[in-house]
Unconditional design. Structure first.
Length: 169
């Protein structure tokens, strides 16, 4: 039996890898900048105006690397990959459809959001579940891939709405 690969999970992993590389690159640049400025301030009096100017210059350059934004991007990519992976694992390993659907909903949505959006959540999770099961067991065609992607896009739209609501509360 051939193992069917799914592009959605591969893309989530590639996104995570890219985010990790961007963070690593920025952290290395910050460390290099630290070394450079330590060398430039070596031998200067600690409280001199020249040291203060160099420190301000270094800090301004460090802000340009946008490490906090990169850490956030990496965190979001890691969360997305984890959720996609968990959903794929559930679909592929839980035989009972109702249990599988319930598990996916529980990992993706808070109970309050589920109650308010039950029909839309149920519909999108069911479409994702059935599409992925068909893809895994029957046909790994571009059409089947598209169905899984469309359903997952709707699920991600809803999880983003859920996060926005949580921030507003």
């Amino acid at each position: 039996m051939a193992i069917r690969r799914h592009h959605l999970i591969e893309e989530a992993k590639a996104e995570l890898d890219l985010a990790y590389e961007e963070v690593k690159r920025a952290e290395q640049a910050v460390m290099s900048l630290e070394f450079e400025y330590n060398e430039r301030t070596h031998g200067l009096p600690d409280r001199s105006e020249e040291v203060a100017v160099l420190i301000a210059e270094k800090e301004a350059k460090q802000e340009g690397f946008q490490l906090e934004a990169l850490y956030e991007m990496q965190n979001e990519s890691a969360q997305r990959f984890a959720l996609v992976s968990a959903a794929f694992a559930i679909v592929s390993s839980v035989a009972d459809e109702d249990m599988s659907l319930d598990l996916i909903k529980r990992i993706l949505f808070r109970p309050q959001f589920l109650r308010r959006n039950k029909m839309a959540v149920d519909r999108n999770v069911r479409e994702f579940h059935r599409g992925l099961r068909d893809y895994m067991r029957k046909e790994s065609s571009p059409e089947a891939d598209s169905k899984v992607r469309q359903a997952w896009t709707e699920i991600e739209r809803m999880t983003a709405l859920q996060a926005k609501e949580a921030l507003a509360a």
